[in-house]
Ligand binder design. Structure first.
Ligand code: 1CP
Length: 343
């Protein structure tokens, strides 16, 4: 197999300059993505049409030659596969009917892999089309984060509906998280079998929980996924992104068993360097620096590189690039990280 730098980093190697990819690298900041999006009936159709999902994944690779491609899909294909009525409102976000009494028992767990078959076709087509050197990442949402959308029926700022559900119906939440963890493990295994080199678990809403709830609802379900995936596919490479976890990043890698942790931009670089002593890290430029322009990119990159580039490190943003990100400044960022004398 050709050298895939991100896999090498996940095995503990330090590479200079570090490999780079960007969360949400396929998306609305790219004019070619917006054009492609117009020809899809709906966002979910887009995700489930391999030719379109392959094209969306390839667009940022052609433009920037990132070191990783990430499967174009969404974390909310999982509730869709489990029988919830997921749809996306353009310009707003995901919507589904909030879970009501008894709904958890009615989730259609037997249908998950057949329902998601187009995703596996996308992954295998991508692995055949991508340059040998490019790491292909599959992904899923972490159980807690996916559950927040299923419980509230949409995104909220503080996940109050899900936190209340957690306190009022802990057994129901535990059941839901187990179902999501088991289905997600199967889903990741199938992505690995289809050709993904590594998989990433997005826990975008892990930052709203207290210590005890974090252990129970973020750490334990991710550990359950990791154990199931590794039991079936020993040596599987796994990244996790517990966004907003702050202090709880400490010990997260060891407790969950993942190979690499992705850091959000609020993590102090001195803390990031401490975490890196325990294992590879990825991050953590504030995405708004790619909106603000070149001087703020240079300032942010210099600090991050000073702190992290000498250890096992993958350069990334601290969260997804926003739709108002500037494609030319993204190019500048990639070149600057690679030391290609961007002008
Ligand atoms: O019409 C559009 O184009 C919708 C915008 C969009 C895109 C481009 C959505 C809706 N999802 C995506 C793609 C997507 N989502 C990817 C593709 C690969 C890539 O990174 O290039 C990935 C990995 C995701 C993962 C995802 N979806 C997360 C986890 C990562 C994160 O950003 O925190 C989450 C929380 C979602 C839910 C979601 N999907 C879409 C939106 C707008 C949201 C957030 C909604 C909210 O919380 O209000």
């Amino acid at each position: 197999m050709a050298e895939r730098k991100i896999i090498d980093v996940m095995e503990g190697k330090s590479i200079s300059p570090p490999p780079i990819w960007v969360m949400r690298q396929a998306g609305r900041y790219l004019p070619e993505y917006r054009e492609l999006r117009k020809s899809a009936k709906s966002f979910l159709d887009f995700c489930y049409t391999p030719s379109m999902a392959v094209e969306a994944t390839m667009q940022p690779i052609r433009r920037y030659d990132f070191d990783a491609a990430i499967l174009f899909s969404d974390i909310l294909v999982m509730p869709d596969a489990l029988g919830r009525d997921v749809h996306f409102v353009t310009g707003e976000g995901p919507r589904m009917t909030p879970l009501a009494e008894g709904d958890v028992d009615r989730l259609t767990t037997e249908n998950v892999l057949p329902h998601l078959a187009p995703v596996f076709e996308t992954v295998s087509t991508l692995r055949n089309n991508l340059p040998e050197k490019t790491t292909l990442l599959g992904f899923c949402g972490a159980p807690w984060t996916v559950a927040t959308y299923m419980i509230a029926g949409r995104g909220t700022n503080d996940q109050a509906p899900s936190r209340l559900f957690m306190y009022k119906q802990p057994q129901e939440l535990a059941k839901l998280l187990d179902i999501l963890a088991d289905a997600s493990a199967e889903y990741l295994i199938a992505q690995l079998d289809a050709g993904a080199d590594a998989v990433k678990i997005f826990d975008s809403w892990s930052g709203v929980l207290d210590e005890f709830s974090f252990e129970m609802n973020c750490i334990a379900p991710v550990r359950r996924i990791v154990d199931k995936v590794r039991a079936a596919r020993p040596g599987a490479k796994i990244i996790a992104f517990p966004k907003g976890a702050g202090h709880f990043y400490r010990g997260y890698r060891e407790k969950t068993g993942v190979d690499m942790i992705a850091l959000d931009w609020t993590i102090p670089l001195s803390f990031a360097a401490e975490l890196q002593k325990e294992g590879p890290v990825q991050g953590n430029l504030d995405p708004l620096r790619v909106v603000a322009g070149k001087s703020s990119i240079v300032e942010g990159v210099d600090r991050i590189m000073d702190a992290l580039a000498s250890g096992p490190f993958v350069f990334n943003l601290g969260h997804g690039i926003t739709p108002d990100g500037n494609p030319d400044d993204m190019d500048y960022l990639v070149r600057y990280v690679r030391g290609e004398n961007a002008s």
